[in-house]
Design a binder for this molecule. Structure first.
Ligand SMILES: *[C@@H]1O[C@H](CO)[C@@H](O)[C@H](O)[C@H]1NC(C)=O
Ligand SMILES: *[C@@H]1O[C@H](CO)[C@@H](O)[C@H](O)[C@H]1NC(C)=O
Ligand SMILES: *[C@@H]1O[C@H](CO)[C@@H](O)[C@H](O)[C@H]1NC(C)=O
Ligand SMILES: *[C@@H]1O[C@H](CO)[C@@H](O)[C@H](O)[C@H]1NC(C)=O
Ligand SMILES: *[C@@H]1O[C@H](CO)[C@@H](O)[C@H](O)[C@H]1NC(C)=O
Ligand SMILES: *[C@@H]1O[C@H](CO)[C@@H](O)[C@H](O)[C@H]1NC(C)=O
Ligand SMILES: *[C@@H]1O[C@H](CO)[C@@H](O)[C@H](O)[C@H]1NC(C)=O
Length: 554
């Protein structure tokens, strides 16, 4: 299998890369060694004038010969960067991934695996998804990353419990095709895996947040023999996509199958949305609260998520209103569409509702008026007020599932960093629902652009371009480098549903902080974020493999 044939070749910017021409010879050699790594390509920007090419990955090196055009733009605005995510040709890819996910959980689901004959069961592999109960977005990504890894490795998924409770158990239900550790231990004993087959219940752990320890880039995880694998610290969309650059082709193929080719932006399937679609559902109490807001009517058209951290800057509100209007227009919605507003800053909702009401019907969950049964006894506020706002914590779950009902789009607004994990997951889940609805209710399955994710940036966030979108959990982080223009006006940009993990796209470039951080993983990034696969291979060759395990005593 080769990725690269038929790819739109991105011709990218800048005289700087003439330098890279010298790398061509080496690059071709590397390509020959690793056909799956087309990132050796040298890129020039020709404004938006992409050159289509049906050449294979092996041809990529020749791009070097071309002269950068005199009109090359040195930088792009967020809206220009978002153009890749405007058109909806992700549908086909997403449906492909949906089917991979469904097949995976049938094949590796608990109902089949728990009945395997002992010799097969004792040789079966598992991946553990474990969370602490901190910020919802980050913790949910840990479970989703484990699910993604279980697919890449063809193992079954365990959802980790804490004191016999599932993560966010009061608010979220998990499907019966997942395992718990308790059941695995029980089955391990029952099948005599240790006594008859000499297989101890060992878990190999790998911590993504320890760059010099993790094997995410250097090891072939498919060869790991430990019954359970726990990939720790995977609290964003980036961690599991690191396998896209793993030095072993087997791992890269598995990652490409799931996440798509990072070079062809706009073609990435909605992996995390599809995973959530099957892995989580609101608890009955949360669902009742959501339905109370919807009140038996149509689901909302658009969701507006405002993470303001108690701030109410006028400029952010203006930009948000503009973006909301753009979302309504771009989706060709009828007069007075329905907009759901969710925010960590309830006072903001009160002040913005009159303005939105000028052109839309506004819904929001007014928890003080809701008298659902479960919520009486729960603490009003708790330790993560910074993340969750002053409303009681369970409101964030109602808001999450309410906002993910949006049929046409999600708009993300923030005081500082736009496209938080929470907003990403709302958009991803809503898009997945929307695709399901499309499939079930009509024949418009090819109209992929029926759902969009927007980022609203007020101009003061863009004084230094996207440079302040630090943090791998933020969707624009991979665009934060020198290719992002300074002093932009307000922006309302189409946004990827799958936050990118690498810098392979036309306008992606790293900030120095990330270049440094990647160096700890053994990755040398060029100024525009290309990975030097040759030095990564050397790094992996020279590095001692760290194996950390934990044995369960049954
Ligand atoms: C690429 O191939 C497709 C089908 O094989 C063809 O329709 C298209 O015109 C080709 N594009 C170029 C630029 O050669
Ligand atoms: C995945 O594992 C199942 C057994 O659980 C096996 O039948 C199947 O061939 C494996 N698939 C791949 C692609 O390795
Ligand atoms: C698992 O759940 C599905 C629906 O969620 C149900 O149809 C099925 O019977 C359940 N299977 C088992 C083994 O409980
Ligand atoms: C919102 O509406 C109020 C009163 O209707 C108005 O004073 C304010 O300027 C509006 N805000 C924005 C950002 O348009
Ligand atoms: C399918 O899409 C077209 C145009 O996008 C729309 O007019 C039509 O109503 C849709 N059909 C259904 C059944 O939703
Ligand atoms: C959708 O397609 C099916 C067959 O694939 C057809 O029977 C049905 O009438 C179509 N529905 C609409 C609304 O076009
Ligand atoms: C951005 O605006 C500031 C203040 O208006 C100015 O000093 C700076 O030169 C501008 N930067 C660019 C790249 O235009």
């Amino acid at each position: 299998m080769r990725y690269g044939g038929g790819r739109r070749r991105r011709m990218l910017l800048q005289p700087f890369l003439v330098l890279c021409a010298t790398v061509t010879g080496v690059g071709l050699l590397m390509l020959a060694l690793r056909p799956l790594d087309p990132q050796i390509s040298v890129k020039y920007a020709r404004d938006y004038d992409f050159i289509d090419s049906n050449t294979s990955a092996f041809d990529v090196g020749w791009a070097v010969e071309e002269k950068p055009p005199p009109t090359a733009k040195p930088c792009a605005t967020v809206e220009e960067m978002g153009k890749d995510f405007e058109s909806g040709f992700v549908v086909k890819e997403t449906l492909r991934v949906r089917s991979i996910i469904e097949k995976h959980f049938v094949l590796n689901g608990a109902s089949r695996v728990r009945d395997l004959p002992p010799d097969e069961f004792c040789n079966h592999g598992f991946v553990l998804g474990k969370t602490a109960e901190a910020g919802f977005g980050n913790e949910m990504y840990k479970i989703l990353s484990a699910a993604a890894l279980s697919i890449m490795l063809n193992r079954s998924l365990i959802i980790g419990q804490t004191r016999s409770k599932y993560p966010f158990e009061e608010y979220i239900s998990y499907p019966n095709f997942t395992f718990t550790m308790k059941e695995i231990k029980h089955l391990w004993r029952q099948n005599g895996c240790e006594s008859k087959y000499g297989r101890r219940l060992v878990m190999r752990t790998d911590d993504f947040e320890k760059p010099s320890h993790t094997n995410v880039l250097c090891s072939n995880w498919k060869e790991w023999e430990q019954p359970i694998i726990w990939f720790q610290g995977t609290n964003d969309a980036v961690a599991s996509q690191f396998f896209l650059k793993n030095v072993h082709s087997q791992m890269r193929i598995a990652a490409f199958d799931l996440f798509g080719d990072p070079q062809v932006l706009g073609s990435q399937p909605n992996v995390f949305g599809e995973l959530m679609r099957v892995l989580i559902s609101p608890s009955p109490d949360v669902e009742a609260a959501v339905n109370w807001v919807i009140d038996g009517k149509e689901n909302p058209d658009i969701s507006l998520h405002m993470r303001m951290q108690i701030n109410r800057p006028v400029r952010a509100v203006q930009a948000a209103l503009h973006c909301l209007r753009k979302a309504v227009e771009s989706r060709h919605l009828m007069s007075r569409p329905k907009v759901v507003v969710v925010s960590d800053t309830p006072s903001l909702i009160k002040s913005i509702v009159p303005n939105i009401s000028e052109f839309a019907e506004v819904l929001h969950f007014d928890y003080e008026k809701y008298k659902g049964k479960m919520f009486d006894g729960l603490p009003k506020s708790d330790f993560r007020e910074k993340d969750w706002g002053p409303a009681p914590r369970w409101v964030a779950f109602v808001d999450f599932f309410l906002a993910s009902r949006a049929r046409h789009g999600v708009v993300s607004v923030a005081h500082r960093r736009v496209g938080t994990t929470y907003a990403q997951l709302i958009a991803a889940l809503a898009a997945a629902h929307n695709l399901a609805d499309n499939n079930n209710n009509n024949n418009n399955t090819t109209s992929g652009s029926s759902f969009s994710f927007f980022s609203s940036f007020q101009s003061n966030l863009l004084t230094d371009g996207l440079k302040n979108q630090v943090g791998w959990g933020h969707v624009w982080n991979r665009y934060a480098g020198p290719l992002s223009c300074s002093n932009q006006s307000n922006q309302c940009a189409f946004t990827p549903l799958l936050p990118p993990a690498w810098w392979d796209g036309l306008w992606q470039s790293p900030i120095p902080r990330d270049t440094k951080r990647l160096a700890f993983y053994g990755v040398q990034l060029s100024g525009f974020g290309n990975v030097d696969t040759y030095s990564l291979q050397n790094y992996c060759n020279s590095r001692k493999t760290i194996v950390k395990t934990l044995t369960f005593n049954l």
